[in-house]
Design a protein around this ligand. Structure first.
Ligand SMILES: [Zn+2]
Length: 349
C-alpha cells in the first residue's frame, strides 16, 4: 500500500508571508504558480515578495478560471521540464485544477487555500468537468498545505461554515461505511476510522467555537486536513462521504439554486443522523449551533421541495454504494421527517 501524507503543513496567522521560506526548506526552488480568479490582485504581491526573498523562481504562472479536464491536460503538457513543484493559491476550483495538473505531471503540489469551504484542499480526489459532466477523479493528496488563518478569518463566513458542514458529515459517513460492511462485506479501514473520529473529537472538545478566532480556525483546518488523510489511508472517500454527500450531490443536480457544498452536506448530515439513530446527532447539532452554521442556514435556507427530490434521487448518484438510504423504507421515513420535523424545518423554505 502506497500512502502519502502531507509533509509540509503550516496552519497559522501570516503563513502567507512565509511561503518562500517554507518551499525553500523543502528544497523547491523552481515552481509553477496557479492563482484562482482574483487571487493575484488580492495576494499576488505578498506572495511574489516572499518567493523572491527566498530566491524561488516562477517558471510558469497562470490564473485558473475553469474546471475542464482538457485544459488541465493542456496545462500539464505546457509545464517547463525543470518545474519542481506546483503551488496553488485560492479556492476549490484552482486547487482541484492544480492538483490534477500535479497528478498528471507527477509533481508535488502545495495547496494554499484562501477559503475552507470543504476538505478538497487536502483530499486525494478532484472534481472536474469532462465531456460536460462534473466528475470526481482520483489524484494524489497534496504534498503540502499552507493555510494563513488570518486570510480564512477575513473570508466570507459562509465559506468557513460550509467547511464545518463538510466536517460534521464524518459522523454519518462512518456509520454508513460500517453499515455497508455489515450488509455487503465492503472492508472498513480501522485506521482511517480512527483518524477521522479522533480529529473530529478535537473539534468537539474545543471550548469556544468562534469562527473569528484564529485558534479555533486552526483546529477546523486541522480536522479538514485529517479528513483528506483518512481518505488517502483507505484509498476511498468512505471516511468522508456517505449518504449525506449523496443528497448534497443530488441537490446540486436538481435544485434550482444550489447552495455551497458544505452547507448542503451539513443540513443533510442532520437528517441522515436522525435516520441512522446516530448517537452523535446531538453533538453534530451543537457544533452547528455553536459555530453559527444554524443561524446562517436559517437566514439562507435550502428549498424544501428540491431537498426532498434530492433525497429521493440520492441513491442514483453512486452505483453500488451501500448507505442507510439503501435500507427498505428509509427514503420514505426520511422524507416524512424532513417534511414534519420543526427543528429540521428551520433549514428549509
Ligand atoms: Zn464534502
Amino acid at each position: 500500500m502506497d500512502i502519502s501524507i502531507p509533509s509540509l503543513l503550516r496552519i497559522k496567522p501570516n503563513a502567507l508571508y512565509k511561503i518562500g521560506k517554507y518551499l525553500r526548506k523543502e528544497n523547491f526552488s523552481k515552481i509553477a504558480l496557479f492563482f484562482g480568479t482574483g487571487m493575484k490582485e488580492m495576494l499576488g504581491e505578498s506572495i511574489l515578495i516572499s518567493l523572491d526573498s527566498s530566491e524561488i523562481s516562477i517558471l510558469y504562472e497562470d490564473v485558473i478560471g475553469d474546471s475542464e479536464v482538457e485544459s488541465v491536460f493542456r496545462t500539464a503538457l505546457s509545464l517547463p521540464h525543470a518545474t519542481e513543484a506546483i503551488v496553488a493559491v485560492g479556492g476549490g476550483q484552482v486547487i482541484d485544477y492544480a492538483k490534477y495538473v500535479a497528478f498528471i505531471a507527477q509533481l508535488p503540489i502545495v495547496s494554499i487555500p484562501t477559503v475552507i469551504s470543504n476538505d478538497g484542499f487536502s483530499s486525494p480526489t478532484v472534481s472536474l468537468y469532462a465531456n460536460g459532466k462534473r466528475r470526481s477523479l482520483k489524484a494524489k493528496i497534496p504534498y503540502g498545505v499552507i493555510i494563513d488563518t488570518n486570510i480564512i478569518k477575513a473570508s466570507p463566513k459562509k465559506f468557513t461554515l460550509s467547511g464545518i458542514g463538510d466536517l460534521v458529515s464524518k459522523v454519518t459517513a462512518i456509520y454508513d461505511w460500517k453499515l455497508s460492511f455489515r450488509n455487503t462485506r465492503e472492508p472498513v479501514n480501522d485506521f482511517a476510522v480512527l483518524v477521522s473520529n479522533s480529529s473530529f473529537e478535537n473539534l468537539i472538545g474545543y471550548g469556544n467555537k468562534d469562527i473569528d478566532d484564529v485558534e479555533f480556525l486552526r483546529v477546523v483546518c486541522g480536522v479538514l486536513v485529517m479528513s483528506g488523510v483518512a481518505m488517502e489511508v483507505c484509498g476511498s472517500s468512505r471516511p468522508a462521504s456517505g449518504s449525506e454527500h449523496l443528497i448534497s450531490h443530488a441537490y446540486d443536480k436538481l435544485a434550482r439554486q444550489p447552495s455551497l457544498h458544505g452547507l448542503q452536506v451539513g443540513v443533510a448530515t442532520c437528517a441522515i443522523a436522525w435516520l441512522q439513530k446516530n448517537y452523535k446527532l446531538d453533538v453534530v447539532k451543537s457544533v452547528l449551533e455553536e459555530t453559527g452554521f444554524v443561524d446562517y442556514v436559517r437566514q439562507n435556507p435550502l428549498d424544501k421541495e428540491d431537498f426532498i427530490a434530492a433525497i429521493r434521487y440520492a441513491p442514483n448518484i453512486k452505483e453500488n454504494y451501500y448507505t442507510i438510504l439503501s435500507e427498505k423504507g428509509a427514503i420514505d421515513r426520511l422524507v416524512e421527517f424532513v417534511d414534519a420535523d420543526p427543528y429540521f424545518g428551520q433549514f428549509l423554505k
